[in-house]
Design a protein around this ligand. Structure first.
Ligand SMILES: [Zn+2]
Ligand SMILES: [Zn+2]
Length: 367
């Protein structure tokens, strides 16, 4: 019998590392609904999309069948910028979520004393932390609605909102996402405002980690079904080959050899088919993005390790019970219990620096 090979899980080689522009976002949504869309740069360098809509879609969105979509209002073009009707209609229809907006959160400011108390408990595995200045300000947070799909012979789909502090990629407490109620339009007030810089490079590793977790949850079951089918196919051909070799119907040896070879090839093809069928494939697509200004208390802390030091800004956003978890400088995932390197005080998570003893091999300094 042929033994069962380990099944690969294929994660996508590239994942979205930037938030889609509003024009791109609309173009994709229209194309998914059957429109013919071309995105190009207009004379002024701004992106615009030319779309030809099926008449039913045009009626539903109250648009002409041939439209030009631009991020800023301009003659003859439909505006799809932040907070405009078209974008909101598209996003609302697609996900019942308020989409690409820059907005203010109508949330109460957090308490400075709570932020200061939490910062005093902020610990690094191998460095000293002193709490410094405390101030209140609005901090931009990006919320990225993502559809995660994992499929083999079966398919599972999950929807998750990935939240990050726009400036440094720190991960806020899930209570912030809950408080913003991003599945309704109530808490957000859209505005025509420029999108602030978002540290979007933290997205691919985090999406990859979520996909790997989702794929991992299915791996055992998929492997069990693969093993069952593999054994069934293998036993079937094993039997046929055995009968061909030992059967009472005497044939000449050349014919027996040819028949066995044919069966072996057929078995290999069937087993390869099963391998393809049971290989887990995972992918992630961004279905909406919102950038929201949230009342936040920022606490500066001084981190000291040997002769070096660095000032970190920790944030406590509205509604959160814990400080944002800072991004690891190595892998960009949230670093729950960071250590720091000796030379540049890079923050390193427990995967990048499993041991905080002695001098760390810093993956960032080593690059
Ligand atoms: Zn790391
Ligand atoms: Zn370093």
């Amino acid at each position: 019998m042929t033994s069962l090979p380990a099944l690969p899980t294929t994660l996508p080689a590239t994942l979205p590392a930037t938030l889609p522009s509003p024009v791109r976002f609309c173009a994709d949504a229209l194309a998914r609904d059957g429109a013919l869309v071309e995105v190009a740069n207009a004379a002024d360098g701004e992106e615009e999309a030319l779309a030809i809509l099926p008449s039913a879609l045009a009626t539903r969105l109250a648009l002409q069948e041939e439209v030009q979509v631009a991020s800023a209002a301009r003659t003859g073009a439909v505006a799809c910028g932040l907070g405009t009707g078209l974008l909101d209609r598209l996003v609302d229809e697609r996900s019942s979520l308020r989409g690409y907006v820059v907005a203010d959160a109508e949330l109460a400011a957090p308490r400075a004393s709570q932020a200061e108390a939490l910062a005093a408990r902020f610990a690094l595995r191998n460095a000293v932390v002193d709490v410094g200045a405390v101030r209140a300000r609005n901090e931009a947070y990006a919320f990225v609605g993502t559809r995660l799909v994992v499929e083999a012979d079966d398919r599972d789909e999950a929807f998750e909102v990935l939240a990050l502090c726009a400036s440094d990629g720190a991960a806020p407490d899930s209570a912030l996402v809950a408080a913003l109620a991003l599945d309704t339009t109530s808490a957000l007030r859209g505005a025509h405002r420029a999108l602030p810089a978002v540290r979007a490079e933290v997205l691919p590793p985090r999406l990859r980690a979520r996909l790997a977790a989702l794929a991992g949850a299915h791996q055992d079951n998929v492997a069990r079904r693969h093993r069952r089918d593999h054994e069934r196919v293998d036993a079937y051909f094993h039997e046929l080959i055995y009968e061909t070799r030992t059967g009472r119907k005497q044939r000449d040896p050349a014919a027996v050899k040819a028949r066995v070879e044919h069966l072996e090839n057929e078995r290999a093809a069937k087993l390869a088919e099963l391998r393809a069928r049971y290989t887990l494939r995972a992918r992630a697509t961004i279905v909406f993005a919102a950038v929201v200004e949230v009342p936040t208390i920022v606490v500066d802390v001084r981190v000291r390790r040997r002769k070096e030091e660095r000032v970190l800004s920790l944030h406590l956003p509205s509604a959160a019970r814990t400080l944002d978890v800072p991004a690891c400088d190595g892998c960009l995932l949230p670093a729950a219990r960071p250590a720091v390197c000796d030379d540049k005080i890079h923050l390193l998570c427990e995967r990048c620096a499993p041991s905080a003893q002695g001098r760390l091999a810093c993956p960032v300094c080593g690059r």
